[in-house]
Design a protein around this ligand. Structure first.
Ligand code: C2E
Ligand code: CA
Ligand code: CA
Ligand code: CA
Length: 278
């Protein structure tokens, strides 16, 4: 038993070193990724539950590591690294700019735009220049601010409440709408979050996943929807994968749904096929 214990420890250590090595290797190749134009935006539809029509699209970042024919790296592999080393600031700014450019391009090609929801990290709020760079992007691209939304996680709002409140006030004043992402995971109350200028909350997939099997999850989701609606907040359910989940959400008065039931995140060439033409 002792020997195998030692082996397990050895194995664990090697696994740890591998992870550290992988982390280092990713971080190194991430350094040149923005300049080498290796990032891509993917888009995932957010549907209106009542009409089953497209309501908005969430913008999700992908890294085409090594360029054109490189592997597609998912955000959970690299967002934590760039949040930690601060590269999220220029990369996050690129995401906002690119989303605005894409929307303007679609509009110029005769498509009816839907709002694009862009994720913002807590780290981006800590950066003084955020509001100014958003203003510059709006000016440069000429986009209607009503066509951009920002998603901020519940946890980020809780951790940096006071500082964030002021910044969100500026963003809101520019006409950009704000949503609370991953709601339900941070144990905050909607009453507290109501202090922020938000219009929408997104219920985390963790509560949607077992909606059909779990009476408890159904009770939580129903309560979130009811309270949100009484506070004039609209609700998006994340990670909707089945018709059963969809029907339950509809019955409880949830307005919007996002998930594999409708579409996975797709590249812009596919996303544009989902947009209605003017
Ligand atoms: P998120 O903001 O909660 O985004 C939703 C995630 O759930 C996406 O993963 C999406 O592909 C996935 N998803 C959507 N529908 C379903 C479903 O029905 N089933 C399942 N199993 N998953 C579903 P993705 O694209 O891998 O992104 C992961 C996270 O990375 C995002 O979570 C967000 O926190 C972060 N992220 C992505 N793009 C950006 C970005 O541009 N900036 C920042 N700061 N964070 C980003
Ligand atoms: Ca999000
Ligand atoms: Ca989310
Ligand atoms: Ca999430």
């Amino acid at each position: 038993a002792k020997a195998s214990g030692r082996n397990n420890y050895q194995f664990f250590k090697e696994a740890m070193n591998l992870t550290a090595a992988r982390h280092f290797e990713l971080e190194t190749s991430l350094r040149g990724a923005l300049a080498a134009d290796e990032f891509e935006l993917y888009f995932q539809p957010i549907m209106d539950i009542g009409t089953r029509r497209l309501h908005a699209m969430e913008v999700l970042l992908r890294w085409r590591r090594g360029g054109k024919d490189g592997e597609l790296v998912m955000p959970d592999q690299f967002i934590p690294i760039i949040e930690e080393n601060g590269m999220i600031v220029p990369i996050g700014e690129w995401v906002i700019r690119q989303a605005c450019k894409q929307s303007m391009l679609w509009q110029s090609q005769g498509m009816t735009p839907v709002p694009l929801a862009v994720n913002l990290s807590a780290r981006q709020f800590m950066h003084r220049g955020l509001v100014e760079s958003i203003r510059a992007i709006l000016d440069d691209t000429g986009i209607d601010p009503a066509l951009i939304e920002f998603e901020i996680t519940e946890t980020a709002l809780m951790q940096h409440g006071e500082q964030t409140l002021e910044i969100l006030g500026h963003i809101n004043a520019m006409g950009i709408r704000l949503s609370i992402d991953d709601f339900g995971t941070g144990y905050s109350s909607l009453a507290y979050l109501k202090r922020f200028p938000v219009k929408k909350i997104k219920i985390d997939r963790a509560f949607i996943k077992d909606l059909e099997q779990s009476a408890e999850d159904r009770a939580i989701v129903a309560a979130i929807i009811a309270l949100s609606n009484s506070l004039q907040l609209s609700v998006v359910a994340e990670g909707v994968e089945t018709e059963g989940q969809y029907a339950l959400l509809q019955r409880h008065g949830c307005q919007f749904a996002q998930g594999y039931l409708f579409s996975q995140p797709v590249p812009h060439v596919t996303a544009q096929l989902l947009l209605p033409r003017c």
